[in-house]
Design a protein around this ligand. Structure first.
Ligand code: PXG
Length: 447
């Protein structure tokens, strides 16, 4: 299998030379919160796949929903004056679930496609309102918004921009609200205000008449589970309201219960004009994304009385929509979102905070069911390791050896587990992480 991968496959985000020497891990099956490799090892999936398997693995109801829909109508599209029942039922359900007046869905096949849609829709919206110069989208350094040309441009990953001549024109970046990494020495409240104020400065620098939208993840995921200080989001909201620019919440990771509410916009009291959904919308069982659109934005697109010339073959794929509907039904009827918010997240937060006592850990933070550990070489000074990613990669490999999947973002270790964990599974996860931290500290000579 590893030879087949080397001979026939170019996997995403991989150094092919290095990967072909070691060979990828081969995951063969999964159940509940565990995945199993071909050697029979059981791994506790602390990342819910790639932040998406919210309901956990092995849910036959989702499989049956896909199979039944595929027997009935395996494919049809929403182009050229057609529609079909699962896409319409899901649109209505999403309108009911989403906060505020986000009442219409534009379906896509992924989070990246949502963000391409956002760029097109925001610009079309302003042009339709008679402001064709409002083209600029402001985003943030170290954001992740996907890997298509627009997604990677909105993202703030320099190493991605370096390949392919990105960002695209009229996309600007401000600094992120990453207190541990960039704000120490300052109190988190004023740091949050200062980072939010950069949005106002950028709008004034570019000219209010040039700016279409601001996009952000409520909590940055792939950037390292960056939970902004409490002062940040209210100030961002105030600035977007003051200058009347569209506020886009990229909830691809945060949506569908991750922060203990259905959406992180509710957790942080954000009132977005556009909201991007993917991943947890189907618990990852089939690919699907949706951009939720406010009544005001939708009305302008309707009144424009011209075609919005955008869409994908798989926009509103019937089987994916049927799985999303069943996924939402199960999240609701089994009470997972409330359970995370009221029981599991408070328990995780309490246990997670204890990891901050470990000699290798500079900060342990969590919100709902996402959490991060900052690995430091010197706990007194919070000094980092000399080489970036030095500790993260070591810790990640040790975690795998101990049967727990964590992701390393540089030297930040992160988890985003399935929402269906039991208290016993949380305890097991923490035991395995603690053991892995001890072994990482010995491997790196940290006492
Ligand atoms: N927005 C956000 C906030 C994301 O996290 C996307 C958009 C793009 O979604 P698609 O479905 O096009 O991948 C994402 C995806 C990682 C990792 O290494 C994170 C993502 C994808 C792959 C890897 O943490 N997030």
């Amino acid at each position: 299998m590893q030879q087949l991968s080397a001979d026939y496959c170019l996997p995403p985000f991989s150094n092919y030379k290095q990967l072909n020497q070691t060979g990828p891990r081969i995951i063969e099956r999964a159940e509940g919160v565990f995945v199993f490799d071909n050697k029979g090892n059981r791994l506790l999936d602390g990342m819910a796949g790639l932040w998406c398997v919210n309901l956990g693995y092995g849910r036959d109801e989702l499989v049956e929903a896909a199979a039944a829909q595929m027997r009935q109508l395996p494919y049809y599209n929403l182009f050229f004056q057609s529609t079909h029942p699962p896409a319409m039922a899901l649109s209505q359900k999403l309108a009911e679930l989403c906060p505020g007046d986000l009442n219409r869905a534009f379906f896509t096949g992924s989070g990246s496609e949502c963000n391409d849609t956002v760029v097109r829709m925001a610009r079309h919206y302003w042009t339709s309102k008679g402001h064709p110069d409002k083209q600029v989208i402001i985003s943030r350094h170290n954001a992740y918004h996907g890997s298509t040309m627009a997604g990677a441009s909105l993202g703030g990953m320099d190493f991605m921009h370096a390949q392919g001549g990105l960002p695209l024109p009229n996309i600007e970046h401000i600094d992120q609200p990453y207190w541990f990494g960039e704000g120490q020495g300052q109190d988190p409240h004023s740091f949050g205000l200062e980072r939010a104020a950069q949005l106002e400065q950028k709008i004034l620098e570019l000219g209010e008449d040039k700016v279409a939208a601001f996009i952000a993840e409520p909590i940055q995921g792939a950037g390292g589970v960056i939970i902004p200080p409490d002062s940040y989001w209210p100030e961002i909201q105030r600035i977007c309201d003051k200058y009347q620019i569209l506020l886009v919440a990229d909830e691809v990771i945060c949506g569908f219960g991750r922060t203990g509410n259905w959406f992180a916009s509710q957790t942080f009291n954000i009132n977005p004009d556009l909201m991007c959904l993917a991943k947890g919308i189907t618990s990852g069982y089939l690919p699907l994304g949706a951009v939720m659109v406010s009544d005001e934005v939708a009305q302008v697109l309707i009144d424009a009385d011209t075609e919005f010339a955008h869409g994908f073959t798989y926009s509103g794929h019937p089987a994916a929509c049927a799985v999303a509907l069943k996924n939402i039904e199960l999240l609701e009827s089994e009470g997972h979102v409330a359970r995370v918010g009221e029981q599991l997240a408070p328990y995780l937060a309490e246990q997670w905070a204890k990891l901050a006592e470990h000699p290798l850990v500079g900060e342990a933070r969590s919100c709902g069911f996402v959490a991060a550990l900052e690995l430091v070489a010197n706990k007194q000074t919070m000094g980092r390791f000399a080489k970036s990613r030095q500790a993260g990669v070591v810790c990640r490999d040790i975690c795998i050896g101990n049967g727990i999947i964590m992701r390393a973002c540089g030297d930040t270790m992160i988890i985003s587990p399935p929402l269906v964990m039991t208290i016993e599974e949380i305890d097991l996860m923490l035991t395995l992480i603690h053991r892995s931290l001890d072994q990482t500290a010995s491997a790196l000579g940290v006492k």
